[in-house]
Design a binder for this molecule. Structure first.
Ligand code: CMC
Length: 427
């Protein structure tokens, strides 16, 4: 019950009073749950005005460009924390004590190996498969190997599955890469950090020592933090929807990976780098900006715009700084960074982008950093998926912990009314 109400009047009918719910932060929410029983549904394709659930994990203020995980600002987490600590915070709600953190880290790092038979599963894929297709398939298949933790009604099983996913995702991600280039899989090393171990599995070979560069390790850790969670985005909502039927956690995360792959969502980082490469020189920017503004052209500036942010994406700010750091460390001058900075400058001063409040998002600079690290663009969304796994799990767990109803939206039906069937096939 709430003191604040909304009254809905349908012409000729008794008005309906609806509660207005208030969160800790953010917009008020009209509770429309009672409408269905009164013969009315709300209509909101794309969920532009719908809060699909209650959550305590992440808050975004899109107008101010604020992102908080469990109340902590993303820029503070990115600069003062590490990915595993952020994972702990997302999953448990509070910053860990030293002892809690050590225990958490030990569990994650001791479960990084995957069932050996899974290596054979990889060999069923064509070498030229997109790594996201492989990751999606292999993640779903994990349920076949870890079926001792699939009873989603048991809290302990949910916890085991959560650790397994968090621990094994970098191994699966790196295997996707190694398979695509025909190199042997590299086993995880538990003496390395989460990010360091991932880089090791990506770049080590049996014939050469690989030493993780601490600047790149830190940059990778930061990329993981910046992608860890983002409230009810398309892939997280997909995970929640899949999970609402009681589906197993590996299937739910595979569903999240599939949703993330789209270019309007996580696939934008790969698409953005391709776009910057296509632009290739500052002189060509006006031509691309013109196309982005042309309603008859499907081209959009990738890495620009966001459903929620109507201000600079706070993740993009940190990403831009990290980009400069990495290029400095590697002593590289990337022409694409120059193109990106000029494109940002031109777009931010163009009335089309100003009026629509289109700013660079997290995907705008991440590709340049990953490319500088030697990571091919086909792996960008895989890394996003690896980082976002913790967010997906946190939401999936929250949904189960708090009790859920199966997600079952209704529709505005605009098809045929009932009619008689008469077959056109010969009798
Ligand atoms: N380039 C050119 N025009 C754009 C762009 C863009 N990147 N993004 C939005 N617009 C225009 C759009 O054409 C529309 O104009 P009009 O009002 O004249 O019809 C207006 O801005 C509103 O766009 P929308 O498509 O209604 O907005 P949305 O909230 O449904 O879509 C978005 C958000 C992220 C899908 C969209 O901005 C986009 O496609 N961006 C490029 C892809 C991208 O970078 N995605 C990564 C998002 S951040 C990472 C993540 O969380 O996944």
């Amino acid at each position: 019950m709430s003191d604040k109400k909304v009254t809905l009047t349908v012409t000729g009918e008794t008005p309906v009073e609806l509660d207005v719910l208030q969160g800790t932060l953010g917009q008020d929410v009209v509770d429309v749950r009672s409408l269905g029983s009164k013969g009315l549904f709300t209509f909101d394709p794309g969920f532009t005005s719908t809060a699909s659930c209650e959550s305590k994990i992440t808050y975004i203020d899109g107008d101010e460009g604020i992102l908080l995980h469990r109340g902590y600002p993303i820029d503070q987490l990115a600069t003062q924390s590490n990915y595993l600590e952020v994972c702990y915070i997302l999953l448990n709600g509070e910053a860990p004590t030293q002892e809690q953190f050590e225990e958490f880290r030990t569990i994650v790092t001791r479960h990084t190996m995957i069932h050996e038979q899974i290596t054979r599963l990889f060999h069923g894929f064509r070498r030229d498969s997109h790594p996201m297709a492989v990751m999606c398939g292999v993640t779903g298949a994990l349920a076949a190997f870890y079926h001792d933790s699939l009873d989603v009604n048991l809290e302990r099983h949910r916890e085991i599955a959560a650790f397994r996913l968090l621990s094994k995702m970098p191994t699966v991600a790196a295997m996707c890469y190694k398979y695509s280039i025909g190199q042997p899989f590299v086993y995880p090393r538990n003496d390395l950090s989460y990010a360091g171990n991932f880089l090791h599995m990506m770049f080590a070979t049996p014939c050469e020592e690989y030493t993780v560069n601490p600047v790149l390790e830190r940059a990778m850790d930061r990329i993981l933090i910046l992608h860890a969670d983002h409230e009810q985005n398309a892939s997280t909502s997909t995970v929640r929807t899949a999970g609402s039927s009681g589906a197993n956690p590996f299937a739910c995360i595979a569903a999240g990976i599939a949703s993330l792959w789209g270019p309007a969502h996580g696939g934008a980082n790969e698409a953005c780098l391709r776009m910057l490469e296509e632009i290739s020189h500052k002189d060509h920017i006006p031509e691309f900006v013109k196309r982005a503004k042309d309603k008859n052209d499907s081209f959009r500036l990738m890495g620009f715009g966001h459903r929620v942010y109507k201000n600079y994406d706070p993740r993009a700010t940190v990403m831009r700084e990290t980009c400069h750091e990495v290029l400095n460390e590697l002593g590289m001058k990337d022409d694409l960074l120059e193109v990106a900075m000029e494109l940002e400058h031109i777009a931010l001063n163009d009335p089309y982008f100003i009026e629509r409040k289109l700013y660079p998002n997290v995907d705008f600079y991440s590709g340049i950093i990953l490319k500088a690290m030697g990571i091919p663009s086909s792996m960008f969304t895989v890394i996003f998926a690896m980082a976002r796994t913790v967010g997906w799990i946190a939401h999936w767990k929250e949904m189960h912990d708090e009790g859920m109803k199966i997600a079952r939206p209704r529709q505005l039906y605009t098809g045929y009314a009932q009619r008689e069937f008469e077959s056109n096939l010969p009798k």
